[in-house]
Every structure is written in structure tokens, then in C-alpha cells.
Design a protein around this ligand. Structure first.
Ligand code: GDG
Length: 485
């Protein structure tokens, strides 16, 4: 059986702890069903970086430390201060320095060097996320012609935003070295098509400019282990921990679970809740909003500022509305076990998932999977999360409009059982259809070129034709094609 090499910024070694994140969750099923080698950064910063290999069962983990300048320029710099904000439509938060780009490219070269040492010709390479866009190009430059696929876990913005990124013309076309590029939604894929059409000239030139390979493009919305999560939630809701939480609050629980990140819209959500409390005094003492937010990327200024902002708003709300027996907000800054989260989701009457922009959002899926089908809670979901494409039966909201979110909270709290059941059944059916195992299988089948088995995957030319046709308004003629690279 060919090995699958998973390459990502961080590697989640089983039993090693570390911060939770969507990528680790998404890859669990693939790691269980194929022999895999997972390569990435160890999470350690060192002047004398080491490469370590560990074996767990039939999977191996290769982790490399980063020297301090790579950590600054690649991780804290280009990946998290340029690509993350721009890909989440936040040009205002992007900071760019040419030095950071060179650090980003250097780490991609380092990963390519490590891979080149261990890859066999029939190994399949699956690269994850925005940290590693140029990796296939670096591998091709080393003469490797393995199947290499790329999946972008975060959104891809329209070309009007993407082209504001200095050096986009170097970075984005580097995706052309992959055999398959996957996105979370059709909208992200269409943005890529529009980018190519606008920036690389006439369709006949695009393939040539991308290196002439047979790149294909597809949409692969990430799912979760639906049935397992439902079972876990059913067990966990009965634990002492969850029962104690429920006994400690009057009325119903509303839950939010997010890494502390500006893309997740936590301050806006709290403000919406404040409006709800102002507009609906009848719910005072009847609802407690539990926001679980493990810290992330605290070294970056915007993140530590946001930490303070969220503390300030929750303090303000509790100051204004609490009484001796009730505090409307519980804001918790530490991570919980997956089991505890599943039980809390199940116990919560409302799941509040309102990112300003999100590739998919697995919390929305976990919340739905956790519900008791006979008495389900209501999911309030941002229309700007990738999950909204599949989740038309959620209460979809615009997170920029606090009054609309407040109205959705009121509607969710008052929703009759029959409507809750109908909505939940529709959401759950979607999640059974596209669980995490199906996601990994579809991507890998498409990467291996089994066309018939990979719905919705298109060759570059068809994709450009379809995506470019979706362009909403002409914004000027495409640039004439430049000389091939
Ligand atoms: C990226 C994209 C895309 C959170 N707090 C705790 C905890 N978590 C878990 C959640 C969920 C995961 O972390 C977060 O996943 P998201 O999808 O919401 O967000 P990102 O980390 O930003 O992930 C995202 C994803 O990749 C997959 O493609 O959906 O759009 O941004 O599973 O449950 N887990 C535990 N304790 C916590 O306190 N155990």
C-alpha cells in the first residue's frame, strides 16, 4: 500500500498534548485508514534545530524544530500576519515585509529537503494549508514527480483582495505545481478561477504559465466523525462535570467554542448578546452564555489586544446585567477535553457560531452532531462560515449586524420543538452524507486520478471556463499574458 505523506505546519502526535485545532481533527480519519507519515514543525524553536522521527502504530511522525528567525519570519510573520488576515478578507490587519516572505520560502525549502530524503516514488503527498503553498514547486525543483495534492483549510478571497498582497504573482501561481488543489467551498474555488483568469491572461495561456502540468481543482467541504461524535456527546452529557455545569446555571445554556482569533468574531458576538439582553428582559436569568476560548498566537499583537477586548466586553455585560444568582456570560480562557465539549454542546439549547469569515468551522458541525434528535438545540451560524453552504437549515446570520444576531438568539430560544427537530434532521442528514472519512477518501481518490469516484473535480481549463463565467462584474480587461516562467 502506498504511503500517504501528510505535510502541515504543525504535527499532532497522538498523546503529545498541544493546542486543539481544526486541522488535527480533520486528519484523524485518514491517519486511521492508511499508513501515513506526517511531517511538519515540532512546535519547538531552537538555535540548533533537530529533526526527530517517531513511530506510533503504522504511522510515523517527522518533526523539525525551527530556528528563531524562521519562527519570526515564517510563522509569526508571513503565515500569520500576511496570509491569515488577507485570506480572511482583513487587508487592514496585514503587515508585510519582504524579509518575512524570504523566511516563509526558506521554511518551505527546508520541508522540501526533509521530504526529498524520505519520499519513495509511489508515495502520495498531501499538503495542508496556507503555510505551505510553494511546497510542491520546491519538490518539483528537486526532481520529484510524486502525486502531490494541496488542501486549503481557510477561505480564498476574491482577486480584488488577493491581488493587494505583495508578491501574490509569485505565490498564488505556485499552486500550479500541485496535481490537485482543493477548497472548502465552491465560492473559494470560484475566487481562485477568477484570480487565474484575471492575472494569468487568456485560458489557453494559463496552463502553460502554471507549469503545463495537469492540475485539477475541486471542492471538498471538511466534515467530522459524525456518528462517533453523537455517541460521545450522548455519554458525556451524563457526566458529573456537565451536570455540575448545568446545575450551576439557571435556565438554558448557550455555547460558543472558538480559538481566540479575530476571524471568529467573538467581540461582535458578545455585543449581539448584549443587544439581545437589552431588547429581551424576559430572558434575564433564563439564559447563560458559555464562551470557551483557548488562547492562540498570543505573541501577535492583534491577538493579545483581542484577549483584552473580549475580557472587557464580557465584564461590561456581567457588570450591567448580573444579579446575585445569575451572570449572563461565562467566558473561559482554557481548553477542555473533546469529551467535555461534546457533552456541553449537547446540553446547550443554542450553539452560537458567528465567525466574520471561516474556511468551514467544525464547531458548527460538532454542535449539530451532539444534539439529541428528540430535543435538539438550535444552531445560529454566520453566513460567512464555509459550513453555511451545507447548513441552510441553521439560523443563518450576518455577524456584522448585531441586531440580526440578537433577533436570531431570541428566535432560537423560543423555537418550538417541531421546528427544532425538522431543522436538526436536515442538518444531521447532510453531515452523515459528508463525514470526515468521506472527505479524506474523496480527496485522495481525486488525487489518484480516479475521476469517476471524485464528484465535482475539474480539469484546469473547464474550471477556469466555469469560474470565470461566474464573475459578477467586469472590472477591466485581463492583463496580457506575461512570458512563461
Ligand atoms: C481551520 C479553519 C476549518 C476548540 N476549542 C477546544 C477544542 N477546539 C476544537 C473544536 C474544533 C477545532 O478545535 C476548531 O476547528 P474550527 O474549524 O472551528 O477552526 P480552526 O482551528 O480555525 O480550523 C476552519 C478547519 O481548519 C478544518 O478544515 O473548519 O475554517 O480555520 O474541532 O472542537 N478542542 C478541545 N478543547 C477546546 O477547548 N479538545
Amino acid at each position: 500500500m502506498a504511503r500517504i505523506f501528510i505535510i502541515s505546519n504543525r504535527v499532532a502526535i497522538p498523546g503529545a498534548g498541544g493546542n486543539p485545532g481544526g486541522l488535527e481533527v480533520a486528519l484523524k480519519a485518514t491517519l486511521r485508514s492508511h499508513p501515513c507519515v506526517w511531517l511538519g514543525w515540532s512546535g519547538e524553536v531552537s538555535d540548533t534545530p533537530q529533526v526527530k522521527t517517531l513511530k506510533k502504530g503504522r504511522n510515523s511522525y517527522i518533526v523539525t524544530d525551527l530556528p528563531p528567525e524562521d519562527f519570526d519570519e515564517y510563522y509569526n510573520g508571513f503565515a500569520n500576519r500576511v496570509l491569515w488576515p488577507i485570506f480572511h478578507y482583513r487587508l487592514d490587519l496585514a503587515e508585510f515585509s519582504r524579509r518575512d516572505l524570504s523566511g516563509y520560502l526558506r521554511v518551505n525549502e527546508r520541508f522540501a529537503d526533509e521530504l526529498a530524503k524520505v519520499l519513495a516514488p509511489d508515495d502520495i503527498v498531501w499538503v495542508h494549508d496556507y503555510h505551505l503553498i510553494p511546497l510542491a514547486k520546491a519538490l518539483r525543483a528537486r526532481g520529484l514527480d510524486n502525486r502531490i495534492g494541496f488542501f486549503l483549510h481557510i477561505p480564498l478571497p476574491p482577486p480584488e483582495i488577493l491581488t493587494a498582497m505583495p508578491n501574490h504573482e509569485t505565490l498564488i501561481p505556485a499552486l500550479g505545481s500541485y496535481d490537485l488543489v482543493g477548497f472548502q467551498t465552491d465560492g473559494d474555488a470560484a475566487n481562485f478561477a477568477r484570480y487565474l483568469a484575471k492575472e494569468l491572461g487568456a485560458p489557453s495561456h494559463i496552463s502553460h504559465r502554471l507549469g503545463g502540468g495537469g492540475m485539477r481543482i475541486g471542492t471538498f467541504p471538511v466534515g467530522i466523525e459524525t456518528r462517533d461524535f453523537t455517541r460521545l456527546a450522548g455519554r458525556s452529557v451524563r457526566t458529573r462535570f456537565v451536570q455540575q455545569v448545568l446545575n450551576s446555571i439557571p435556565g438554558s445554556l448557550m455555547i460558543g467554542v472558538d480559538r481566540l482569533d479575530y476571524s471568529k468574531g467573538i467581540p461582535n458576538r458578545l455585543e449581539a448578546y448584549e443587544r439581545f439582553l437589552i431588547a429581551h428582559p424576559q430572558w434575564h436569568g433564563q439564559i447563560t452564555y458559555l464562551q470557551i476560548t483557548p488562547k492562540s498566537r498570543s505573541q501577535i499583537k492583534e491577538y493579545s489586544e483581542m484577549e483584552q477586548a473580549v475580557n472587557a466586553i464580557s465584564g461590561r455585560i456581567n457588570g450591567a446585567f448580573s444579579d446575585a444568582s445569575w451572570a449572563p456570560v461565562r467566558y473561559v480562557n482554557r481548553p477542555y477535553s473533546r469529551t467535555a465539549l461534546a457533552g456541553l454542546y449537547r446540553a446547550a439549547r443554542v450553539g452560537l457560531v458567528t465567525p466574520m469569515r471561516d474556511g468551514m468551522n467544525l464547531v458548527a458541525k460538532e454542535y449539530v452532531a451532539s444534539q439529541d434528535p428528540e430535543d435538539p438545540g438550535v444552531l445560529i451560524l454566520s453566513r460567512f462560515a464555509g459550513a453555511a453552504d451545507e447548513f441552510g437549515a441553521a439560523l443563518l446570520v450576518n455577524p456584522y449586524d448585531p441586531d440580526a444576531v440578537a433577533a436570531a438568539i431570541a428566535r432560537a430560544m423560543a423555537m418550538p420543538l417541531a421546528e427544532r427537530k425538522t431543522r436538526h434532521a436536515e442538518l444531521y442528514a447532510t453531515m452523515l452524507d459528508n463525514d470526515i472519512a468521506a472527505w479524506g477518501d474523496r480527496f485522495l481518490k481525486a488525487l489518484l486520478g480516479r475521476q469517476g469516484e471524485a464528484r465535482g473535480v475539474q480539469a484546469l481549463a473547464d474550471f477556469i471556463a466555469g469560474g470565470a463565467a461566474k464573475e459578477p462584474a467586469a472590472t477591466g480587461p485581463a492583463r496580457p499574458p506575461a512570458a512563461p516562467r
